[in-house]
Design a protein around this ligand. Structure first.
Ligand code: NAD
Ligand code: TYD
Length: 336
């Protein structure tokens, strides 16, 4: 395993993963393939720009020619697929791109993996494929899939195609199911970066419904390390949950952000709930822990660091918020 194709790495998790891998494995070469949707941002990859073992190719994973071109220059023995449409709210208003990228795009990559005979194909998936989990239960890898949103359904679809390529063609597929991530370089449409940046700008924090939904939060670098462990020590055909074990109510996260930014309670605004909104996610991570992984960061410490990062990197998010984002935000939140 030396020549990696990492797709979708101009986004949040993929860019952190590329930085982690280049640093940890001095003999690995990484080609990033990214379509540069609204969520793709080359600023996220600036920290690896000068590394001679990194190259960037712009292209769509759903386009077989773009995939072949990305691989042609230096070959590829491993594919790690982060590329996806990733935001639940956007999947509710515009599901089309989710099916194209998160299902068909995975199929195109699997076809490439099959013809290349790669050593590993790692499909980055999500705990949302399990759907709503009633307390005190936690999801195990063998549990039924029950996705609620077009986003989670498309991710479940991508996983199932990947699984079929393992069973039918022996493509050495490994699937990881991560829980909700937070950390630097996250597009400010997701709860934590949206609320931190809104608070820093003295704007309202729009809490959906009663704010009593629960997510299991993981710091992005713990997720990256979990994917690394599954990639190197996991067994083809297997699925690994990657969860932080930090279950929090959305309203408690909101309060913590106000406290860390020193802003008043009056910024909280309860707004109409998201349709099909899952109440709770919870992952059992015994299987991945059995491979020697465990999260390194505590929630409190990593949240403090995350708030500091957004407050020190205003240029990064202010550039985003002044673009296409403003239109999305108005559509999503005005008169909600
Ligand atoms: P993101 O939205 O920040 O980044 C997605 C990246 O994929 C962007 O750079 C975008 O340009 C690229 N992309 C989109 N469509 C593409 C296409 N057709 N071809 C090539 N590139 C394309 O997403 P993220 O939060 O970094 O998530 C990365 C992966 O991790 C996704 O597969 C997501 O489902 C999964 N995941 C995310 C979380 C989370 O909390 N963010 C949790 C678990 C799993
Ligand atoms: P999000 O970050 O969109 O991740 P996901 O929906 O994939 O879990 O949302 C996390 C939780 O925060 C989810 O329960 C929805 C809620 N939420 C809000 O209350 N307000 C918001 O503006 C956003 C974006 C999310």
């Amino acid at each position: 395993m030396k020549k990696l194709l990492v797709t979708g790495a101009a986004g949040f998790i993929g860019s952190n993963f590329v930085a982690w891998m280049l640093d940890k494995y001095p003999d690995y070469h990484i080609t990033v393939l990214d379509k540069m949707t609204y969520a793709g941002n080359l600023d996220n990859l600036k920290r690896v720009d000068n590394n001679p073992r990194y190259r960037f190719v712009k292209g769509d994973i759903a386009d077989p020619v773009a995939v072949d071109n990305a691989i042609a220059a230096q070959g590829c023995d491993t594919i790690i697929n982060f590329a996806a449409e990733s935001h639940v709210d956007r999947s509710i208003t515009e599901p089309d791109a989710f099916i194209k990228t998160d299902v068909y795009g995975v199929y195109v990559l699997l076809e490439a993996a099959r013809s290349l005979g790669v050593e590993r194909f790692l499909q980055v998936s999500t705990d949302e494929v399990y759907g709503d989990i009633v307390a005190p239960n936690s999801s195990h890898e063998t549990d039924m899939l029950s996705p609620s949103s077009p986003y989670s359904a498309s991710k479940a679809g991508g996983e199932l195609v990947a699984r079929a390529y393992f069973a039918t063609y022996n493509v050495p597929v490994i699937i990881t199911r991560g829980s909700n991530n937070y950390g630097p370089y996250q597009y400010p449409e997701k709860l934590i970066p949206l609320f931190i940046t809104n608070a820093l700008e003295d704007k309202q924090l729009p809490v959906y419904g009663d704010g009593k939904q629960i997510r299991d939060w993981i710091y992005v670098m713990d997720h990256c390390e979990g994917i690394d462990v599954a990639l190197h020590r996991g067994t083809p055909g297997e699925i690994y949950n990657v969860g932080g074990g930090n279950e929090r109510y959305n309203i408690d996260i909101t309060q913590l952000i106000l406290q860390l930014t020193g802003k008043p309670q009056s910024l909280i605004k309860y707004v109409t709930d998201r349709p099909g909104h899952d109440r709770r996610y919870s992952l059992d991570t015994t299987k991945l822990r059995g491979l020697g992984w465990q999260p390194r960061y505590t929630f409190e410490q990593a949240m403090e660091e995350t708030v500091r990062w957004y407050s020190d990197n205003r240029d990064w998010w202010q550039r985003i918020k002044s673009g296409e984002y403003a239109e999305f935000y108005n559509k999503q939140y005005t008169n909600r």
